[in-house]
Design a protein around this ligand. Sequence first.
Ligand code: ADP
Ligand code: MG
Length: 774
Amino acid sequence: TAVMEKILLRRSSLLRDQQQAWQESLEGREMLEFRQNLPAYKEKDTILIAILQNQVVIISGETGCGKTTQIPQFILESEIDSARGAFCSIICTQPRRISAISVSERVASERGEKLGESVGYKVRLEGIKGRDTCLLFCTTGILLRRLLVDRNLKGVTHVIVDEIHERGMNEDFLLIVLKDLLPRRPELKLILMSATLDAELFSSYFDGAPLIHIPGFTYPVRTHFLENILEMTGYRLTPSNQIDDYGQERMWKMSKQAPRKRKSQIVSSVEDALRAADFKDFSRQTQESLSCWNPDCIGFNLIEYLLSYICENERPGAVLVFMTGWDDISSLKDKLQAHPILGDPSRVLLLTCHGSMASSEQKLIFEEPEDGVRKIVLTTNIAETSITINDVVFVLDCGKAKETSYDALNNTPCLLPSWVSKVSTQQRRGRAGRVQPGECHHLYPRCVYDAFTEYQLPEILRTPLQSLCLQIKSLKLGSISEFLSRALQSPKLLAVQNAIEYLKVIGALDENENLTVLGRYLTMLPMEPKLGKMLILGAILNCLDPVLTIVAGLSVRDPFLTPLDKKDLAEAAKLQFSHDHSDHLALVRAYEGWKEAEKDLAGYDYCWKNFLSAQSMKAIDSLREEFLSLLKDTGLIDSYATSCNGWSYDQHLIRAVICYGLYPGICSVVHNEKSFSLKTMEDGPVLLYSDGHLKMLGGYLEFFMQPAIAEKYLSLRREFDELIQIKLLNPQMVLHLHHELISAIRLLVSEDQCDGRFVFGRPDLKPSNMPVAP
Ligand code: ADP
Ligand code: MG
């Protein structure tokens, strides 16, 4: 070790010399100057002393003040200066892979290095890390995975958990684990970083750990709500009694109004419009009543108008447009590209910013455009706090973000655009005032903003806990409910019990809450357990290809489009694919057709003709690849995925896999003369929130089997479970077991008298406050 120590000391002094040389170069000097002007830099000493004196330190400071890029560097530099540089190992977690990558690139370039020297990153399926890397940016998930094999984080000297204000499930979970670890590793330092001021909660969670606030400076931002915008643009809203995709919200039509109406008149017309849309208790302004106001419907035209207005009339400065999700961003992009000004590359640099963008795309976002060209960035809420674009002067805010929510009573997750909180709104607004006074346009009325909640509910309190429970078990953290009771804010007991019960029912946990083999495989697949289970089944029953498509299809927006004015045509188009009454198999056929068409570069036409969403098709395509590589990682399929498709054309088998994977989320349909009703597997009633039009549920329906067969199926389920567990224990094992499984399933579904039973496949699209199918 004495030799080792010598080597490390030498490396440290090399690192120091290298930095000195860099800071004396022209580029290095400029970079240092930029860094020194960041608010975080002024607090450098305070921060370093606090870290020296305390095991846990909490740092808050406005977005863009330099927390993420500077603080890990301060620690690294002070370790290098103290000659311990090569001994330190700093891990900084990011909630999203894109920020882990972009931040590590930035920090490396601030240090005049390439990635993989002292700075590296690691995200799932990707990473750059060298022998000398002592500052690693990674996703929270990666650190949790490391804890799986390295409970004490041996050798790590500093853990920095970034963006804790987001209160993501993984981060809350990590904090419980780290809190347990601290007494075991007294020399380990923990630094928490937050973009908002409400850091006291964390301080008291960590026994009064010190709080450091980095004071920031932003220019004033003028704020406009919808009523002001309407006045400015001369547009008017009128409700048009139509029902949109979710079957519950009314559409709003935009119509050009005689220009320049008096303000009060326009405000009252917004209010009238809201009232007309059953916004009954307008004054109560509850979160619930907010669901009546849907900005998505008016949004696109208004955004296009505002953007072209800004381009033609306003001073220079980039525009940041907050949208709900990737699908909205790409449809808006298509629309804008067809616009005479906004689509003209000599005038507008139109960029997108979202979780799955490529890193080449990322760089463009930070670059300044040429003179006379305006940069417009369409973004998800990722640019709210994790990514800071410096030259933004105008912000458009649609007020919504996609979030997962969960209804404990019905045990159902949903992924829906939801209103953001007041704090998020302030963050979005603040983006406009970084370099000069800015403007922020909120695309919703002031009264809607007033009804926003102050903070967003932490993810652990609003999403299903099934995956989290599996993780707790795989990290061997003891009793699930005991462990979760030690969280920053514990989830409801009912939610925890539901999750455990569900995991038992699907066979991931045994009676004593221990992970089964299936459970262990499910922990390797970062997705909802029901989807993971379908993939595993598809792989071991050799019908993987269609199952990949189905699972991918269940994870994206419904690719079957039904434009309101061409409903009949759209339904007829879908019927061609679903002649056997299966939405799932229809999806498989639609995807296969698209894939064929893509070979001749005719995918887009194919989608157009068949009322399919080209974006969903592309998303399905890339998700399939991702799922496939995940499955390869588990070892369930070989690296060439050669032998997992022998039964891919057996529809009975595929249906059984769907049903088996979704169980117990399936229900039966009881037909009457004119209508029908739905029943649970236990014959309980199923409540629908719309008046029976199944498409409105966003529900995927699968013809399944008559009650008698369903009972037989249920009685066989336990045997399936056992067979599958055995197969999973030894994936390479014996063919006859395989055949046994397949013939057992085929026996069940071969009595093909399909007219009574459906399987429910997309409960995820339902609003959380509605009663739903168990
Ligand atoms: P915080 O974490 O406090 O929100 P950051 O450390 O991410 O702030 O950013 C500090 C500054 O560095 C910001 O002004 C930001 O614009 C700039 N910055 C961050 N990443 C990049 C990048 N990849 N390219 C150019 N500038 C960047
Ligand atoms: Mg940051």
